[in-house]
Ligand binder design. Structure first.
Ligand code: MN3
Length: 255
């Protein structure tokens, strides 16, 4: 990223592309999908509010790997709270900072100038919207095509990638996320605390770029079923990864 303009364009492109993938897999919600197709400009059109996207499958669809009650509470309570609190926090922001039609791209680009409540809740809303689409019933196994090839080239093998991603997920102290990020032409594994993500333009984000795979390691993602056993949750999660969506995001990010 040579200058502000190219950085801004990159960010807009990244967020829009990731949201395009979200739109593709949440066709059930026409409103969210049509919103997301033009996400670059109009994710939150002037005067409108961010809304909770529905899960692209039923609450029990990820059983036995991720249980129904966890999915219900995680989506309907936790994710909804981020959406509600994001809308509330945005009311306090001077309209000259973000403009009238607010996108994730503009929020993450200007994150340093915004209240911490926006960082936490915009992160929470974006991260979870992405996370739901990166899982599916009968998922798991291994990626195919160009993503598989690039993972093999970057990490040596899929098993080695899986080991390193699991390791990053285990080592994230407290609440946070593990990520596979497309950053400056490379695939890199990283993790962030709380609801931070690799799209946020702030010094504490070590690896900035487009999220290709995301894993929520907050205890609320697994405590009901796995209690404190994060390793058990991560092992289960590998069985529901939606590699098709991950690959779609990767292809879009590398174009
Ligand atoms: Mn969560």
């Amino acid at each position: 990223m040579e200058n502000n303009n190219s950085r801004r364009n990159f960010l807009k492109k990244s967020a829009a592309l990731a949201l395009g993938a979200i739109a593709a897999t949440t066709a059930a919600n026409a409103a969210f999908a049509s919103n997301s197709l033009t996400a670059e400009k109009m994710l939150k059109p002037d005067g409108e509010k961010f809304t909770l996207p529905p899960l692209p499958y039923s609450y029990d669809a990820l059983e036995p790997h991720i249980d129904k009650l966890t999915m219900e509470i995680h989506h309907d309570k936790h994710h909804q709270a981020y959406v509600t609190n994001l809308n509330k926090a945005l009311e306090t922001v001077d309209s000259t900072i973000l403009g009238s039609s607010i996108t994730f791209a503009t929020i993450f680009e200007k994150i340093n100038k915004l209240p911490v409540a926006i960082r936490n809740n915009a992160g929470g809303h974006y991260n979870h919207s992405l996370f739901w689409t990166l899982m599916k019933p009968n998922g798991g196994s291994e990626p195919k095509g160009i993503l598989a090839n690039t993972i093999n080239t970057s990490f040596g093998s899929f098993d080695e990638f899986k080991k390193q991603f699991t390791d990053a997920s285990m080592k994230r102290f407290g609440s946070g996320w593990a990520w596979l990020v497309h950053s400056n032409g490379k695939l890199i594994i990283t993790s962030t605390p709380n609801q931070d993500n690799p799209l946020m333009q702030m010094d504490s984000i070590e690896i900035k770029g487009t999220p290709i795979l995301a894993l929520d390691v907050w205890e609320h993602a697994y405590y009901l079923k796995n209690q404190n056993r994060r390793a058990e949750y991560i092992a289960s999660w590998w069985n529901v990864v939606n590699w098709k969506t991950s690959e779609d995001i990767f292809i879009a990010a590398t174009k």
